[in-house]
Design a binder for this molecule. Structure first.
Ligand code: NAP
Length: 242
């Protein structure tokens, strides 16, 4: 059975991606940083769908930990066919108050982690007979920019650029794409007041936040889309038109 590594898959969008891969017949390495129990539950849900799973604790912003994550998947499944770089963190703070160490941390977790995991997975992806792919989870903010989270928006812009660069680097064997979600119902967007949420929804033509499974649909499409590489697929309910 082919295998996937999904970083940051203990909850939210990563969890939905891990379960979608399981439903599509892939073994899955479920990665977490702090949520061990939740990752174990995701791994169990993968097994309930008929696939194998390992839950691996690794801070993927650390190159050695990212390499250990990939090696755990190789040990468990014999290889890695697809990598989804989903792990990410956000922080809302004005530039005047933004500590350079926090800027670096956002970059480490959102960008360097994708580089780390991709570099570690590369030899295994090259060995894959499953039409291997890397999918990076960016954000609508990569294109629009954002107030009070310049470091987050910049990190997501960097992921789009990393996607295109790696698509060129690894062609023709490995396709590299990105998904750029708009607002999605996860812990990351759970801090809104009802008023804030109404205001944000007013800018979304479909009049709601997205569901994690709708981002997983886009990742599954890119995994299977043999003629698509270097692309960023916007999944935002039309928000980028406003
Ligand atoms: P979430 O619910 O906050 O989940 C974040 C996930 O990333 C968790 O599984 C967390 O693991 C993991 N993670 C964080 N730091 C990590 C690290 N250093 N190493 C390994 N894993 C780490 O977030 P989400 O909303 O599902 O977001 C997933 C991705 O989509 C992120 O890249 C985010 O930027 C992007 N995105 C989200 C939205 C949205 O509206 N929700 C919109 C656009 C883009 P632990 O729980 O174990 O710490």
């Amino acid at each position: 059975m082919p295998a996937a590594v999904v970083t940051g898959s203990s909850r939210g969008i990563g969890r939905a991606i891990a379960l979608r891969f399981a439903e599509d017949g892939y073994d899955v390495a479920v990665n977490y940083h702090t949520s061990a129990e939740r990752a174990d539950r995701v791994a169990e849900a993968v097994r309930e769908r008929g696939s194998e799973a390992v839950a691996v604790g690794a801070d993927v912003s650390d190159p050695e930990a990212a390499a250990d994550l990939v090696e755990s998947a190789v040990e468990a499944f014999g290889g890695v066919d697809h990598l989804v770089n989903n792990a990410g963190i956000d922080q809302h703070v004005y530039t005047e108050d933004l500590d350079p160490a926090d800027f670096d941390r956002i970059m480490d977790v959102n960008v360097n982690s994708a580089f780390n995991a991709t570099k570690a997975a590369l030899p295994h992806l090259r060995d894959s007979a499953d039409g291997p792919s890397v999918t990076n989870v960016s954000s609508i903010l990569a294109h629009t920019g954002a107030p009070i989270e310049c470091h987050y928006a910049s990190s997501k812009g960097a992921l789009v650029s990393l996607t295109r660069s790696h698509a060129l680097d690894f062609a023709p064997e490995i396709r590299v794409n990105s998904v750029a979600p708009g607002h999605v119902e996860t812990d990351m967007t759970a801090d809104r007041t009802p008023d804030e949420k109404r205001e944000e929804m007013a800018a979304i033509p479909v009049d709601r936040f997205g569901r994690p499974e709708e981002i997983a649909d886009a990742v599954a499409y890119l995994r299977d889309a043999g003629f698509v590489t270097g692309e960023t697929l916007n999944v935002n309910g039309g928000e980028d038109m406003r």
